[in-house]
Design a protein around this ligand. Sequence first.
Ligand SMILES: *[C@@H]1O[C@H](CO)[C@@H](O)[C@H](O)[C@H]1NC(C)=O
Length: 419
Amino acid sequence: MFEISSSPMKNKAVELMGLTKILQLPLWSLLGIGVVLYLGLVQILRFRSLRKLNKTYAAYLHDPYSLDYKTAHQIMRRVILYETPFMYAFGTQWALLKTYTVASGTTLLVQTGQLTSDSTVGKRAEDTGVILAEFLVGSVDSDRGSKALAKMNWLHRRYGSKIKQPELLHTLAMFVLEPIRWLNEREWRPLTEIEKVAIYVYWKEIGNRMGIKDIPDTLEELEVWAAKFEEKNVYFTKNNQMCAEATMGLFLRNVPLVLRGFAQHAAVSLFEEQSRLALGYENPPIWIAKLVASAFHIRKLIIRHLFLPRLHELDPLAKPDSSGRLYRNAWAFEPWYVKATVKSWLEGWFWTSGKVLPGPAYKSNGFLVEELGPVEYEKSSKEPVAKEAEEMQAYASKGGAVALGCPFYSVGYPPKYGA
Ligand SMILES: *[C@@H]1O[C@H](CO)[C@@H](O)[C@H](O)[C@H]1NC(C)=O
């Protein structure tokens, strides 16, 4: 029995040894050749997508600022969905945290209670992610994307002149600059000029449609503006700390208790000094900071030299069922709008030991874009959001900011915020 079943294997081995004899090579050097070929393949394929990007957008390379927002969006999507999805998402979370360094903004956030109450902090984070995905991954010009942006505007506008123009612009700057900083420092390759500018150009279009005035003309100017704003407006307050703590608590919720102190130090080590102080975090132990930096560095080397690129772009947008309601497949902290299936249940058990599971409490019946955001405004916002989305689409089809000047204002519902 044993003899028979093992003989084909034996034959293979004998054949292989015969081959190495013919080639006059020992087996280990064949393995060596295999490894070298694989590493060479990684080198060739790693940069294939970038070479293609350079070729496709060659006309813009000498002056990336000549990109229109639609072309910019194609380039940016490639970064978010194919080149560096994980780090872009991570950097965006940090952008959100860094908006809490602005003392005048966190006062309002604490008043609304959405952020600091344990029962709403998860929904707010997931809704923010869903809304951003609708117009960053989807498009500001699509029905879904323009509704998502209109809903965001509607929510901001509720707070009237309590939200100031410079605060809006600083938040926009964080969402542009922070992911770029993350990618440059920690990703397997830095972004090229055209990729960075594409991110800026697309976000600028979003800023226009949020009614943000005087957005600086280049990435460099935006960076200078943000640094100047931060000199005056970024300093420690109790409210900053409360906002940061609530969000950090959410990030670390599923980390085992014994590791939580370590994980918090590790997370804090990812801030620059100025932000860390403004959020009231103590300096993490130097060995933890070094460990985190090394881990990112090792990840960078492994991906750069050993990993083949991914095969497809990711597809994180929620998908409609036959009724038109949208359902998510993936979630970060709480399974909002995830259909309750055996698979999603098991995932919930796996990630949270059953603490949060898809179900009616997390709207397992899906969502419509205009419903996103605090539950209490679901009905009252529906009509104005639909109207503003239509106006926004009309604005875009007439040529948008280029033809009509910027920023965009919803005619029927002029933003009172941002005085
Ligand atoms: C793509 O173009 C940029 C200049 O914009 C250059 O720095 C980079 O090396 C090019 N990359 C490849 C792989 O062609």
